[in-house]
Design a protein around this ligand. Structure first.
Ligand SMILES: Cc1cc2nc3c(=O)[nH]c(=O)nc-3n(C[C@H](O)[C@H](O)[C@H](O)COP(=O)(O)OP(=O)(O)OC[C@H]3O[C@@H](n4cnc5c(N)ncnc54)[C@H](O)[C@@H]3O)c2cc1C
Length: 413
């Protein structure tokens, strides 16, 4: 995410627009450009060689129930693989995790292939506290085409009058919510998911918008559809719900400190509590700007004579490709068990299968093992939360339980 100052963002070209999920106040949006989506994706591709990074700390080993006392192990830096494939240990007095979300753990996602939760998994592996791992926001209208990640269709389309219908032309949101197609993200995502689970296709019908505006409105969405051979003025667009944003993450205080001394976190990987159980659209700007800046300032204010230094080190030498291949079936499992609608039976069997697979992993595949452990914590968190709240919907516990307000901290070693 590009970070700039809020003042520069609020230029006069911004315009107000109704979004799905908004009741009356419109959202502010930057001017819509016609830059084609595939080019934007290419720019967001990470340098995969750097995805091996993992933290090294001395063992902690004390009472994991107390955040304050979880303190004798100290983060000593990051074990990384440089662009030439050489393992390197970077020692530092302050290490900041800013590795983004985990949508790519799921079969359908809008998140790039770097968003596999590896930073969060590393933090858990070294004993950092994490919270709200069950709260995953699903975008209701990702374009369902042969792509990974899936491009999303802006909710502003529904704000402008587009409607969700099944392949048989039945309105998807009819009788679901007082705002119909403009219901909150989680409500719409559930409706789309349930129709898909029942074997029906779901379409976003924006033909009237594209016919009447002759290319002036939503040029990005039009270009995106055309890129995949669909004329949105003629045909409705196939959509699916897709994992989009993780509200949970590494537990941090207001300065971005984690429970492990020397380890900091900001951005989507962190759990700040700012988003509760369901982030409002566009609010990750808050974490990118406010929290990112806070971490930088807090670290700069610290007095330490230790300067970062680098030396060669052995590392997990499995390739990103081999990890992705071996993780592939887990994306289906997490989608089924931890998608927009969950229940105890599906969560329990996914948890048992995931735990068995982790136990059968050969020694040495640390990145994959960490990822399995993260999935286990996420499934456990979803199973334990026997209520429906925010983006976490349990078919077997459809009510909110006031006794369960707040996050459950997770500890893993
Ligand atoms: C399609 C889409 C549209 C969105 N639209 C909006 C919007 O309109 N408004 C809004 O507020 N939010 C939006 N979001 C959410 C927002 O983009 C993210 O929450 C935000 O970018 C997260 O920023 P971050 O800096 O935490 O992580 P990222 O921007 O994801 O950056 C993480 C970086 O860490 C690197 N990394 C990951 N793992 C490792 C590793 N193991 N080792 C080394 N490096 C690693 C990655 O390569 C990447 O460069 C959108 C998200 C998507 C997917």
């Amino acid at each position: 995410m590009a970070v700039t100052t809020p003042v520069r963002w609020m230029n006069s070209n911004w315009r107000a627009q109704m979004f799905g999920g908004s009741e009356s106040k419109p959202m502010m949006n930057p001017p819509i450009t016609s830059s084609p989506w595939p080019a934007a994706f290419a720019r967001h591709r990470p340098d995969c060689d750097w995805c091996f990074a993992s933290c090294r700390i001395r063992p902690a080993g004390q009472d994991p129930k107390r955040f304050e006392r979880h303190a004798s192990g100290k983060a000593a830096g990051a074990l990384v693989v440089d662009p030439d494939g050489r393992p390197r240990l970077i020692r530092a007095c302050a290490t900041v995790l800013a590795t983004g979300g985990l949508g790519h753990l799921f079969r359908y996602t809008t998140n790039g292939e770097h968003a596999t939760g590896d930073g969060l998994a590393m933090a858990l592996a070294i004993g950092a506290c994490a919270a709200a791992l069950e709260f995953i926001q699903f975008h209701p209208t990702a374009l369902k085409i042969d792509a990974d990640p899936l491009p999303l269709l802006t909710e502003a389309l529904r704000g402008a009058g587009a409607t969700l219908v099944t392949g048989r032309g039945v309105p998807v949101m009819s009788g679901r919510h007082m705002f119909g197609d403009l219901a909150p993200r989680d409500v719409v995502a559930r409706a789309v998911w349930e129709h898909a689970q029942a074997g029906e296709s779901v379409l976003l019908d924006a033909t009237a918008i594209f016919r009447s505006t002759k290319g002036t409105a939503f040029p990005g969405a039009r270009a995106l559809a055309q890129c995949y051979g669909i004329d949105p003025a003629v045909k409705a667009l196939p959509v699916t719900a897709a994992a989009h944003y993780h509200m949970g993450g590494v537990l941090v205080d207001t300065a971005g400190r984690t429970s492990v001394p020397g380890l900091w976190a900001c951005g989507e990987v962190a759990y700040t509590g700012l988003h509760g159980a369901n982030r409002l659209a566009s609010n990750s700007l808050l974490e990118a700007i406010v929290c990112g800046q806070g971490v930088g300032k807090a670290i700069a204010a610290r007095r330490s004579r230790l300067r970062p230094f680098v030396h060669a080190r052995d590392s997990d030498t499995s390739t990103v490709t081999s990890i992705a291949t071996r993780w592939d079936h887990m994306r289906d499992r997490l989608w089924q068990a931890m998608g927009p609608v969950r229940d105890a039976g599906t969560l329990e069997s996914a948890l048992a299968a995931t735990a068995a697979e982790r136990d059968s992993l050969e020694p040495g595949s640390r990145i994959l093992r960490n990822r399995y452990s993260l999935a286990i914590e996420m499934l456990t968190a979803a199973l334990t939360r026997e209520e429906s709240r925010g983006a976490h919907w349990r078919a077997d516990f459809p009510q909110r339980d006031a006794q369960r307000d707040g996050p459950r901290a997770v500890y893993s070693r």
